[in-house]
Write a protein that binds this ligand. Structure first.
Ligand code: AMP
Length: 172
């Protein structure tokens, strides 16, 4: 099952810059069977786990997060790049290959003790998801798991998110 999914990911060399092999999920998402399979496989993991909210990370994490939230009967929360959310926000910064970036979440998005799954398309170094973990913890959310379609194993992003559990549908 996962092998088919793996084959539906397109590799784009040297995007967005030289030396990066970009794992493009748009080829998975536009295939109805593959998209449904991806959501079903992820959703299956959390059915019955009393997840209150799925936190999706801009922008591909919105696609994964919203579909997963619908599947398991949870709400969906958006984590966005700075200046995009209209109400009061909390902000967390993280390190990129060059320099730093930040992400924001609405201050009233999560209530203390709510069960949370953080969702994105891909785990690389873990900097992005790590910033979201920081935000969710600050707000008192209970991080049940961080869920990804793809994990780039050798970048060891999972270590950065420890001790929080990490699940990925496929590893490269
Ligand atoms: P990181 O913070 O290093 O874990 O990077 C994860 C974020 O960057 C995710 O939101 C991904 O969408 C994006 N990303 C990083 N590396 C890649 C890659 N090789 N292919 C596709 N997306 C990537």
């Amino acid at each position: 099952m996962v092998e088919h999914l793996k084959k539906s990911i397109r590799d784009v060399p040297d995007f967005p810059k030289k030396g990066i092999l970009f794992k493009d999920i748009t080829t998975l998402c536009k295939d109805p069977e593959m998209f449904q399979r991806m959501v079903d496989l992820l959703g299956h993991r959390y059915v019955g786990k009393k997840i209150d909210l799925v936190v999706g990370i801009e922008a591909r994490g919105f696609v994964v997060g919203a579909a997963l939230a619908y599947k398991i009967g949870a709400g969906v929360v958006l984590v966005r790049k700075p200046g995009k959310l209209p109400h009061k926000t909390h902000k967390a910064s993280y390190t990129l290959e060059y320099g730093r970036d930040s992400l924001e979440i609405h201050q009233d998005a999560i209530k203390k003790g709510q069960n949370i799954v953080i969702a994105d398309d891909l785990l690389a170094t873990g900097g992005t998801a790590g910033a979201v973990v920081e935000l969710v913890k600050k707000m008192g959310g209970n991080i049940v798991e961080c869920a990804f379609i793809i994990e780039l194993d050798e970048l060891k992003g999972r270590k950065k998110l420890a001790p929080h559990p990490v699940f990925s549908l496929m590893k490269f």
